[in-house]
Design a protein around this ligand. Structure first.
Ligand SMILES: Nc1ncnc2c1ncn2[C@@H]1O[C@H](COP(=O)(O)OP(=O)(O)O)[C@@H](O)[C@H]1O
Ligand SMILES: [Mg+2]
Length: 883
């Protein structure tokens, strides 16, 4: 019977434990893949599929990549969603007997990448871990390329929604979770909403004692109390699983994951995923690029760490006044002090990605070039520190204190490593002379021999008279003497022929070989010694990782603040006045992105006033394309910018802190997402109504469009009433094409009509983009149709029809159904009940929608409900008659 070769047996034994990975099996200078792995990998990496005899009748499918180019190939596999297990030879093949020992030294997964070729420098590479049980959810996530690690826990109401929102903010590349996540269709939701590699881990990862143990060990503490998570069972479970998973894949200590950040999701303004998208915070809706987003405008950071920090800040605006003011004050100083700002910028330009570098040092992945980059970055620190110390701003001075000048490391690298070292570590050329006596002596000892070989060509030419004689070197023969054909008869007796080429012959001499062996042996020794010295240096630096991390964190924050100041100063932003009141007053506000991208004309600034009394519900009407959406988004963006600590595009701004911004962009404006059904719209609305607090800001853009006019109007009306109910009027901006709603001003407290001014001239309209008080007189739909090029004949017909409709009184007048505020007040005095929309026209569709618990519905159930709703909507003749 045929048997596997011993090497193939070894392969099979190892592969058995890594079924879910592509196994990179090291063979000399190559990594090879066999069988199914080869079939998959050859395709994914675009390399040739061949075969290898493996002892069986048929050759094993095989493909391979050279080890020095492995990173690029691994990146391809990771990007296509595979995991890669790296199996190395762990003993020296030249000294081992029989088959070389091999072991998997690392498993690379999308969330555990550290190699530079696989990372985007402006983006964190997060691995997130979720632990879910009936009491709530624990989240832990880390970026092992930077050393960042954080955890939180969600308990109480609406865990699942908050979990989804939190993950939207983190945007992990890989997510691990316990089995509970597979229930209730949550996994499908997670998969749909996150572009991440997903794995459900076995229950052994979720043992309470083990979790506590690994957490204590990792952060080197005696009790969870020290970490501030002793009461956070769910967070500990998520964190424990995260760490265990890391140990199993990385197979080494990750000492740089040392500062655990424990956060509370209420510390930050919460932004759900549609808001992050609708406001185009970090990428544009249209082409998903940074350009065209708020980030695109604000990011003028100089370092990669700063750029990543900027993204984090934009996704996590602050809720606490002191912290907001702290940032705003620093930005103010940097706006005013141009010299300081420029000096900081110049220094930051020279700073390398210290955060990722410390990650690589911790993982033992640094080369000598990295250390030179580290040295060059450290070089600017004293300067940066002296700029900031005593600059008079508390936050900047604190950042300065957190920067370590890292002098010891600078001196060490400067003394030890040559300025332009090679990428490889084992071929010498790394260590400066003067650093190690032993190394210098060794190098000196072969100088004689090297000089002798170097001068051999000249001396032998002279001695033999062969003019074309050359001394060369190749890997197979070592040093040789080359003589061309025409001089063959002059070759001396002591030359020993080694190789015949077309035009020449190559010789050696016993003496040459003797010197060569001394030189080559010594060179091997030198290279080995240089390598060892390098590793020693790298290990020494490992002890400084926490200092480097603290320094790089301070630098990243400084970078963001400086970038805010730079943009604010260049684009004419002002410092907002932020407070804990409920009023938002913006004078001459602009949309930060559109004002930069507008092609012709200039951006028209607009004022905003919202409070929780008489101006809580701004109803904005006006023709299409007049600027309603822009106005609302600009308000939301200005609030958000103030709360991340940036100046704002306005002449002045007073911002009463907002705990959440919600946006709902109606079906017609949201076609790009391709799923703008009425159901989606209504479920988002339900979500807003159910979760908004009296500190929230709600942007509703054309909701209710996806259904019949009566339905849509009824829903819009009910929404206005709901959000203006006296128990908690919530600040809302509502752009609507239902002109009928404007009748509610004066009837419902809080409602304020605004419209966008247009000029009519000879039957044409000119958009002025100016927001004015009052309701739009007409909707100008026909004018817009004209602008869009709809045929003249059709426009006439439409105009006639419109006139007929208006004359016949077919339009709806809500005033009939509501009382004025004065009437209401009078009635209240008589202790009568306030009339509500729901009292006289109960809408079963709405009632049903409000009662839905969306997170606990399966897709098939959702469809069933949708059918019911549709039927109910069709049956609503009662309501139509009522109107
Ligand atoms: N304040 C403004 N100043 C200048 N141009 C504006 C302004 N507001 C909007 N626009 C322009 O008008 C276009 C349509 O604006 P948008 O807000 O989408 O209109 P609406 O929501 O009313 O249909 C924008 O893309 C922009 O080019
Ligand atoms: Mg719009």
């Amino acid at each position: 019977m045929m048997q596997l070769t011993p090497m193939m047996k070894q392969y099979m034994d190892i592969k058995k434990n890594y079924q879910d990975c592509i196994l990179f099996f090291r063979l000399g200078d190559f990594y090879e893949m066999f069988f199914d792995d080869a079939l998959i990998a050859s395709k994914a990496m675009e390399v040739t599929l061949t075969g290898k005899s493996c002892g069986l009748e048929e050759r094993a499918p095989m493909c391979g990549v050279p080890y020095h180019a492995a990173d690029t190939y691994i990146a391809k596999l990771i990007n296509k969603g595979y995991k890669v297990a790296i199996c190395e030879q762990i003993e020296d093949p030249s000294t081992s007997k029989g088959i070389v020992k091999r072991e998997v030294v690392r498993v690379i997964t999308p969330g555990t990448v550290v190699s530079q070729t696989m990372l985007n420098e402006n983006e964190n590479n997060y691995l997130a871990s979720i632990f879910l049980d009936e009491t709530g959810a624990g989240i832990a996530y880390c970026d092992i390329s930077t050393g960042e690690i954080s955890t939180t826990e969600l308990r109480g109401q609406r865990n699942i929604e908050r979990l989804l929102n939190e993950l939207e903010k983190i945007r992990a590349k890989e997510i691990i979770a316990n089995e509970a996540v597979a229930l209730d269709g949550l996994l499908d939701d997670l998969k749909e909403n996150n572009n991440a590699y997903f794995s459900l881990l076995e229950s052994r990862y979720y043992n309470k004692n083990t979790s506590v143990e690994v957490v204590l060990r990792q952060f080197n503490v005696k009790s969870l109390k020290g970490l501030g998570i002793e009461e956070m069972h769910l967070a500990v479970m998520a964190l424990g699983a995260l760490l265990s998973y890391l140990f199993e894949t990385q197979k080494q200590n990750l000492s740089h994951l040392s500062f655990l950040k424990v956060y509370d999701t209420h510390e930050h303004m919460s932004l759900d995923k549609s808001t992050i998208r609708n406001l185009e915070l970090t990428e544009s809706m249209f082409d998903k690029k940074v350009q065209g987003s708020l980030l695109g405008v604000l990011d003028r950071t100089q370092t990669a760490m700063g750029s990543r920090k900027m993204k984090q800040w934009i996704r996590e605006p602050l809720n606490h006044l002191p912290e907001i003011n702290e940032r705003l004050n620093s930005v103010e100083l940097l706006v005013e002090n141009i010299l300081l700002r420029n000096n900081i910028k110049e220094n930051l330009k020279k700073v390398y990605d210290l955060e990722r570098l410390s990650g690589r040092i911790a993982c033992g992945n640094t080369n000598a070039k990295d250390l030179i980059a580290l040295r060059n970055s450290i070089f600017v620190l004293p300067d940066l520190k002296s700029e900031l110390s005593a600059c008079g701003d508390p936050l900047l001075e604190e950042l300065e204190k957190n920067m370590d000048s890292l002098t010891e490391i600078y001196e060490l690298i400067d003394k030890a490593i040559v300025d332009d070292p090679p990428y490889t570590l084992k071929d010498g050329g790394l260590i400066r002379s003067g650093y190690s006596n032993e190394l210098d002596q060794l190098k000196e000892s072969i100088l004689d021999g090297q000089n002798w070989i170097a001068s051999l060509e000249v001396t032998e030419k002279e001695r033999t008279g062969i003019k074309s004689l050359k001394v060369g070197f190749n890997k197979v023969f070592g040093y040789f003497i080359e003589v061309t054909k025409s001089y063959f008869d002059m070759v001396p007796d002591n030359y020993i022929r080694k190789q015949t080429l077309a035009n020449c012959e190559r010789y050696i001499t016993p003496e040459l070989k003797e010197v060569e062996s001394i030189v080559l042996n010594a060179e091997t020794k030198i290279n080995q010694m240089e390598y060892e010295l390098f590793i020693e240096i790298r290990n020494y630096i490992k002890d400084y990782i926490q200092k480097i991390q603290r320094t790089s964190l301070a630098i990243s924050i400084l970078d963001v603040l400086t970038s805010f100041a730079e943009v604010s100063s260049k684009l004419g932003y002002v410092k907002p006045q932020v407070n804990n009141d409920d009023i938002i007053i913006i004078e001459k506000g602009r949309h930060p992105v559109i004002e930069n991208t507008i092609r012709h004309g200039i951006f028209v600034s607009n004022n905003t006033y919202i409070d929780r009394e008489n101006n809580s519900m701004l109803l904005i009407t006006g023709p299409n394309m007049s600027g309603k959406s822009t106005y609302m988004r600009q308000t939301a963006l200005i609030v958000l910018m103030a709360q991340i600590g940036c100046f704002v595009p306005a002449d002045s701004a007073v911002i009463g802190i907002v705990d959440r911004i919600y946006t709902r962009i109606g079906a017609s404006d949201n076609l790009s997402q391709g799923q703008s059904t009425f159901f989606v719209e209504m479920s988002e609305l339900a979500y807003i109504l159910n979760t908004a607090s009296d500190k929230s800001l709600i942007i509703l853009d054309e909701i209710g469009r996806g259904t019949s006019t009566y339905d849509g109007l009824s829903i819009a009306w009910a929404v206005v009433e709901y959000l203006c109910s006296s128990k908690g009027r919530i600040r809302t901006m509502f752009a609507t094409h239902y002109h009928e709603l404007t009748a509610l001003e004066g009837h419902i407290k809080g409602v304020k009509n605004l419209n966008v001014d247009v000029q009519e001239k000879d039957g044409n309209i000119i958009f002025l983009h100016k927001i004015i008080e009052g309701s739009a007189s007409r909707s100008y739909g026909i004018h817009v149709a004209k602008l869009a090029g709809v045929p003249q004949q059709l426009l006439h017909a439409a105009e006639n029809k419109l006139n007929e409709l208006e004359d016949s009184g077919a339009s709806i007048n809500l005033k009939k159904y509501t009382k004025t505020l004065e009437e209401e007040d009078a009635e209240l005095k008589e202790e009568t009940e306030q009339i509500s929309f729901f009292d006289f026209a109960p809408n079963p569709v709405l009632e049903k929608l409000k009662s839905l618990d969306l997170m606990n519905i399966t897709p098939s159930k959702a469809f069933e409900i949708l059918e019911e709703l549709k039927k109910a909507a069709e049956d609503q003749t009662g309501l139509k008659q009522g109107l």
